[in-house]
Write a protein that binds this ligand. Sequence first.
Ligand SMILES: Nc1ncnc2c1ncn2[C@@H]1O[C@H](COP(=O)(O)OP(=O)(O)OP(=O)(O)O)[C@@H](O)[C@H]1O
Length: 459
Amino acid sequence: MIIHQLSHPRLSIDNLAIKTGECWCFYGSGRSGINEFLALMEGTLSESTAQTLELPSDPAIISFSAQQEIFEEELRNDDTDFMDKPDPGTLVREFLPAGSLDSDLIDTFDMRGTLATGYRQLSSGQSRKLLLLEAMLSGASTIILDSPYDGLDPHSCRELDRVFNQLDRSGMRLLVLVRNAEDIPDWCDHLALFKNSVLTDQGPREDILPVAAHIALATTIFKDSPLASEKTRDQQPIPRELIRLSGGFARYGEKEVFTGLNLTIGKGQHTLVTGPNGCGKSTLLHIITGDNPKCYANDLTIFGRRRGTGESIWELKKYMGIVSPEIHRSYRVPGSALHVVLSGLFDSIGLYQKFTAIQKKTATRWLEAIDMAEHASTPFRRLSYGDQRLVLIARALIKQPPLLILDEPTQGLDSAARRALLDFLETVSRGDRTTILYVSHRQDEYRSFFCQHLRLERA
Ligand SMILES: Nc1ncnc2c1ncn2[C@@H]1O[C@H](COP(=O)(O)OP(=O)(O)OP(=O)(O)O)[C@@H](O)[C@H]1O
């Protein structure tokens, strides 16, 4: 792979040559040029010129946008309307090359139990692991891993390291893109850095690592958030107990996800939920938000109202702000970044209601808070994954909800943005307006303001 004198409004690379057998890590903050580099690898970077551009012809790319593309393809092919049972879509085993189903790697990543599951039914971490397995088992000669640890539980992260440490890389090229210095894998032998839209440094890992330590330490996002702004919607008084789930259970068909789960969240009882990929964290949140049909069968009281007693889901959603991989995946309707933030006021995916000048001003202030005011009219889908994530966080925060549900909100963010979000949430946690329910795999996000920790296990 050779890149010589590549020029793009947000990416310059003077010289880059990667030989077969080499393993490179590319590191930069979210707006350093790293997203454009990924787009270059994906073949979607327009407006660039280069003197020499020899890219891998058919790389296996493991990224959130690749996951999204498959999801959308699966939705397009969904034949449920023409069948007498839900169409599971392409099964996990159908993604893997014929003859590879005995591979130990499937057990290593704890995916054997999902072989007969459809792609759309996978948890977010499981769908990442599937792409990884597909790339490795099909013997791809170039593998590009974008934020490889995001979305994986600690066990899978360790296994990923073990597998790549032991991998015979002689016939392959491995490119890893990370936005957190802590995520630079020790199994990469080369390191390259992006700063201010330029690939500035490159060389053996140990030579460049000291320079990397100084990148992405500063950000202004969430420094000036409209936290105590004017009320954006009338709110009823909220009871002291927000959630009570007694003997909670969830299953899909024959498959039990969890059972006998008790959870009470009082006002100000900021709660952290952790557990391995596929143990049911998102399912639990979907039961709470009313997005899983099992919410009616469960003994669940939310904001003082027993579920299944005639309340509408929209009544309850008024009190929640939600960020999750599922919302991110579902946000496929056209609309600008500003419209996405505004849609948080109406709990809709897409903006279908008239908004007031005050609401627009508040949304604009939230865009300023995430340093994206200049992208107010940029179509949401054209933003990088990390910037989309920030917009969705602003969407959840805009109404300053009594219950803020954040399911792996920092996926795709760089370390500075992640820290800024957690610092901001710490400030939120000190007020009496919002209670936070937070799911994460990253131990560096387990802040002390979480006063309750729910550890889920696999059933
Ligand atoms: N619609 C569905 N149909 C069948 N199985 C499903 C469906 N949705 C989720 N599952 C399965 O339920 C289990 C729990 O999924 P869930 O998304 O709640 O896990 P999670 O703990 O949030 O995982 P992750 O950490 O990877 O996000 C997984 O094994 C998943 O494959």
